[in-house]
Design a protein around this ligand. Structure first.
Ligand code: ARG
Length: 573
């Protein structure tokens, strides 16, 4: 199946062809003036330019060619040569019925090859903070989108577990004489900033940390044992955070997993003449003549022999290609790391580390700012831990439920569950609705509101539809997919038919906000349908059954999209 716009593009495309014009000029879009027509095609203008003819004449010809088709209620030339298109009620009803009886709600087939999504990216021994929020939320959403499309979508957390911080902590423990003793996450959270501060202040101390990092990376058994402990306690904390957010990973790999691949990879790059010695370090120069800004070389080994962030990222590509042969690897990582990915991707291409058919994509995102427009901080000016942020969100959601008199007759456990769902919906939707690359303002007050373009508003609308359907079921009302399409029914039905196009756009550009915009439109359109049309009180039984069918389709659609966004709908509230 496809969307109505795609279906119409097919019809108009062949009409263009029958008139000796290119079929791709027949592209039909949902009209941007719904008051004038449902759909429009602007291809006659381009065709006229190519054929040096009058666009209105061409549009007329196309319309004549289509005159036998049953689907059209109205085909009209407008302005300089636009074709305005309205479909018959029967056509819309039949299409809506087809969507309603389709498990995928009209979505066509996608390839099934493997796509690896790299997101989350938490670092060992450091608490997860707001900086990891966007990477987790956007990445998990895109994984769901690829998965739903039909790809073999694999999410990898790619933990930072192999860099200098590891050596800083190990050397700190050594200095304190506590190396090998049991550690908790709280211990690590205290020790790491202290160790890092000490290393910044004192070059000798930093040298010790560097030596410890190199020794760890060399596989020193004692160090590895201590390091494994960092991993265990840190991962437990990460999992708690990701669970609370409802963010899933298929792989819990980290930088260290690929250490054994580094030496052979560097050798190979040496043999190709790409990796060169540079004052004791090993680097690959990646600059190209076409560059408009300076792209520095990628450092593979530092002078002390330690590997860098880029080295592990490259070796991770080796691993991913070997193990999974993906058609895409998508990195959902802060936009400020774009230079790093540019360097890594260039070396991967130059060195043949990645096959030509595999896309490497940095799906970067902007900064999350506070209401003061500066990077988000706690009241005290510190970095906010993720768990604190979620807890604050839940408190706020509770208060919002109280204000709106929602869920007031529901017991405390379920109410807590609802508040949790409202909070996560608020946080995720506020993040995902922005264009990925843009910075955005984290404003808990605004995003937890049940009004406006928010997650809670969408939940509220979805729950409202569910409760309406429950009422209808309790009264044994019939619900039918034999749709009767008129007035507002038509607006809603046409909107629901757009799903495959929005989904496709979100997938192709890795842009969740497209799905957010669409979900919001559905909720708004439902809201006006609900206030302008009789549903439970409709006397015409067929019309009532059709409207209930439309309600059911709407909530299925909303539930699917919210699910793709990683947002769960409570049963009631
Ligand atoms: N750990 C990194 C950080 O905190 C993010 C990792 C992103 N993924 C990657 N393959 N580099 O910045």
């Amino acid at each position: 199946m496809t969307s109505l716009a795609k279906f119409l593009s097919g019809l108009l495309g062949s009409a263009f062809e029958q008139n000796g014009l290119p079929a791709d000029l027949g592209v039909v879009r949902v009209s941007d003036r719904p008051d004038l027509s449902q759909f429009q095609c602007n291809g006659a203008m381009a065709a006229a330019k190519q054929a040096k003819k009058n666009p209105r004449d061409i549009a007329m010809k196309i319309i004549e060619t289509l005159s036998e088709k049953q689907e059209f209620k109205r085909l009209e030339v407008a302005g300089p040569g636009f074709i305005n298109i309205d479909l018959t009620e029967d056509c819309i009803a039949a299409h809506t019925q087809a969507i309603a009886s389709d498990d995928r709600l009209g979505l066509g087939a996608y390839p099934s090859d493997t796509v690896i999504l790299d997101y989350g990216g938490p670092n060992i021994a450091k608490p997860m903070h707001v900086g990891h929020l966007r990477a987790s939320i956007i990445g998990d959403c895109l994984r769901r989108v690829y998965d739903y499309a039909g790809y073999n979508a694999l999410g990898d957390v790619h933990m930072g577990d192999w860099g200098t911080p590891m050596g800083q902590i190990i050397s700190e423990l050594e200095l304190r004489g506590t190396l090998g003793q049991n550690l908790t996450m709280e211990d690590l959270e205290k020790i790491y900033p202290e160790a890092s501060k000490a290393c910044k202040a004192d070059e000798k101390r930093a040298d010790m940390a560097r030596a410890a990092t190199a020794k760890l990376q060399d596989g020193d058994a004692d160090y590895i044992k201590v390091w494994q402990q960092f991993i265990d306690v840190s991962v437990a904390g990460m999992k708690a955070n990701f669970d609370a957010l409802g963010v899933h990973f298929d792989m819990w790999k980290g930088e260290a997993c690929v250490h054994h691949l580094i030496a052979p990879m560097v050798n190979d790059l040496r043999e190709q003449g790409l990796a060169l010695d540079d004052d004791g370090a090993v680097v690959v120069s990646v600059a190209s003549e076409a560059d408009t800004k300076e792209i520095p070389p990628l450092i593979l080994y530092k002078r002390d022999g330690a590997v860098m962030y880029g080295t592990t990222d490259l070796a991770t590509i080796v691993d991913r290609v070997q193990e999974y042969n993906p058609s895409k690897i998508i990195y959902i990582v802060d936009q400020r790391q774009s230079l790093h990915f540019e360097q890594v991707f260039r070396v991967a291409r130059m060195g043949g580390i990645v096959p030509n058919g595999t896309d490497l994509i940095h799906a970067g995102f902007g900064t999350m700012n506070g209401t003061d427009g500066k990077p988000f901080k706690t009241r005290a000016g510190g970095v906010m831990k993720l768990e604190d942020l979620i807890a604050t969100g839940i408190d706020k959601a509770q208060a919002r439920l109280d204000d709106a008199n929602l869920a007031d007759d529901i017991g405390p456990d379920e109410r807590q569950d609802i508040a949790q769902k409202v909070a996560i919906a608020a946080i995720k939707f506020a993040d995902l609705q922005n264009n990925r690359i843009a910075d955005y303002v984290f404003d808990l007050d605004r995003m937890t509101s049940f009004e406006g373009k928010t997650g809670p508003y969408l939940l509220y609308q979805a729950v409202r539809i569910k409760s309406l359907l429950k009422k209808a079921a309790a009264q044994s009302m019939i619900m039918s997919n034999n749709f009767k399409i008129q007035d507002e029914d038509q607006v809603l039905a046409l909107l629901l038919a757009e799903f495959p196009d929005h989904f496709d756009l979100a997938l192709r550009n890795n842009t969740p906000h497209v799905l957010c915009d669409y979900a919001y439109k559905i909720a708004q359109s439902f809201s006006s349908f609900y206030s302008n049309c009789h549903i439970l009180s409709e006397r015409d039984e067929d019309l009532r059954a059709s409207r209930l069918g439309l309600c059911s389709l709407t909530v299925r659609q909303l539930e699917l999209i919210l699910n793709l966004l990683g947002i769960q709908i409570p049963e009631r509230m």
